[in-house]
Design a protein around this ligand. Sequence first.
Ligand SMILES: Cc1ncc(COP(=O)(O)O)c(C=O)c1O
Length: 384
Amino acid sequence: MSFTAEEIEARGHPVWAEVDLDAIRHNVGALKMQLAGAEIMGVVKGYAYGHGNPQSALAMLEAGATRLGVARVAEGLHLREAGITVPIHVFTEPPAAAVRTMLEHSLTPTVYTQAFADALSRTATEMDRTVNVHLKLDTGMHRVGVPPDEVAGAVKSLLSAPALVVEGAWSHLAVADLPGHPFTRQQLDLFHKLTDQIEKAGAKLRYRHLANSAATMADPDTHFDVVRCGVACYGLWPSRDLLGTLDLKPALALRARVNMTKGVKAGEGLSYGLRYEVKKASRIVTITAGYADGYDRRLSGRADVMMNELRYRVSGTVCMDQFMVDVGQDEIEVGTVATLIGDEGSDRVSAEELAAHIGTINYEVTTRIPSRVPRVFLNERAGG
Ligand SMILES: Cc1ncc(COP(=O)(O)O)c(C=O)c1O
């Protein structure tokens, strides 16, 4: 749900995510400068990695992305219902029951099984139309895709279905986040071989695509006709190895209000499990965000939050809706805004930092911010 800062105030939302659409535009622009003509597909699955749609998708398009990528038909529908008309690629095959919906909304299917190709062909014929499909090749990640030795048969079958047009072929890199890893070269070589084979079989591939953000930033040989960029569009780093290699601006901040402050005596424990012991009489503030807001329970005792431009450590267990911070003798008022992710002054709590505390990646940190946390979009363009 999207709200203005005033609405957040009026509805008493104690926690919200600010998403700076100018940062997204800036990042797409920075990625675009890496390219010698390839198009950018903005990857906006997972509610734009938690940043929110359709606003994030629109910002990417405003900055020069020409197509969008989602994981599910429902995500594509959401964008179509918002009036977005560019090609929207669905990365996995949906159940046969969703094929008609997919075609009615002109979502671009990824194909890798005969059963789905048959369902598409049948439905498109019934609807008296053709459909552009992108064939997914398994070049080594073994998630979804046609295995290399089945590509010839798959192309033959697709070419024999008059309602299907093989417009593209693509694959996905398993270790692009580790620049220079030999497996990427191996996948690239196999991708060249398989796409050549597809063309020799008679399909004219207008779009070949392989690169994610990491490969877009690190390896121009992977760019082909389209690059599929997600994480970098949001100003998040694809990996530690790529930190600082492009001018990226993080787009998301997660902020919450202080709900209560109190004095607690030395020797008392805080929160579930009493795992934090107050060493000397202190002010304890309670902040209204918890693991139901995507603020992981494993951040207990580990993460820093910022208030009044100072860092404080989360003290004790993160609860479902709240957590506590021992602020020593500092004066923090009820209503103060705490920054859980984002900038305050010249400091920043990054999604990367939180990810490191809980043994995951920045992608997961932002993507898991649920819908109960309203998004406030900054720098939204009129009509966008
Ligand atoms: C098929 C596919 N392409 C591209 C991407 C974008 O990857 P990244 O966010 O690393 O740019 C993803 C995301 O996981 C994906 O699943």
